[in-house]
Design a protein around this ligand. Structure first.
Ligand code: CA
Length: 249
């Protein structure tokens, strides 16, 4: 089986923040998709997310252009995350006002054979809409997710919890935390969503599923997700990348 895909995305500052610390990258030709949500204040957050996104995008571009496949793509993604971490640490040393900056990173690399390679750290998310059912592929590295996993909090209560923003793993920020790396199979008809917490904190999974589903063009679905997050408060930067898998021709 061979697949293809199309993609659309966007990022919005939201209704309360003055700057946008989120970064997205879409390279549909190579199958590179990622969202990063920086933190650190004083413009450092947007530096961190951009550094990480650039490091991962460039490393993946080079490997894919050299025809890397399968495990080699997964290994390159792992190395690319290490490179992103190193870039953040080096930038923090060079510019002390950015020391301590960090970023979430959720990256999905698609191969024509239907393999999806995923790297994830922090509280941005990858979702999969398959046969009308929305699954969260990544697991948040947050305090509230730990409480959910321990059975002490419901997922819906976690979403609006006052400590929902407390992240337990992040790229940079004075830690040496590493991303989760996984791979899996995608099929024609699947819709993938990468999003920052400015989307997922504002919308329930049911709301996301309804807006992500066909048949509207992908650009309209991405725009509708951002609009809905703003209508529900827009308290944070909102970033989405939507990818729809098709039958390769
Ligand atoms: Ca955020």
């Amino acid at each position: 089986m061979t697949i293809d895909w199309e993609a659309a995305g966007g990022s919005d500052v939201g209704r309360l923040r003055r700057g946008n610390e989120d970064t997205l990258r879409m390279d549909p030709g190579r199958g590179i998709f990622l969202v990063a949500d920086g933190m650190g204040g004083h413009a450092a957050g947007e530096v961190a997310s951009d550094l990480a996104a650039t490091a991962v995008e460039e490393a993946m571009k080079t490997a894919i252009d050299a025809d890397a496949r399968g495990d080699a793509v997964g290994q390159t993604l792992r190395d690319a995350c290490a490179g992103a971490y190193a870039a953040i640490v080096a930038a923090g040393r060079a510019a002390p006002q950015t020391r301590g900056m960090g970023t979430t990173l959720t990256a999905c690399i698609l191969e024509r054979n239907g393999t999806a390679h995923v790297a994830h750290i922090g509280d941005s998310r990858l979702y999969l809409l398959r046969d009308g059912a929305l699954q969260q592929v990544t697991s948040d590295h947050t305090w509230v997710q730990r409480e959910v996993d321990a059975g002490r909090l419901s997922p819906e209560a976690a979403r609006t919890h006052k400590l929902a923003h407390v992240i337990t793993r992040v790229l940079g920020a004075g830690t040496d935390d590493e991303p989760d790396l996984t791979s899996g199979a995608v099929h024609p008809g699947d819709v993938l969503l990468l999003a920052s917490d400015g989307l997922t904190g504002m919308l329930s999974d049911a709301e996301i599923a309804a807006l992500l589903a066909p048949p509207l063009p992908l650009e309209q679905r991405a725009a509708a997700l951002i609009r809905a997050a703003n209508e529900n408060g827009g308290t944070d930067n909102i970033t989405v990348v939507v990818v729809e898998v098709g039958t390769g021709k």
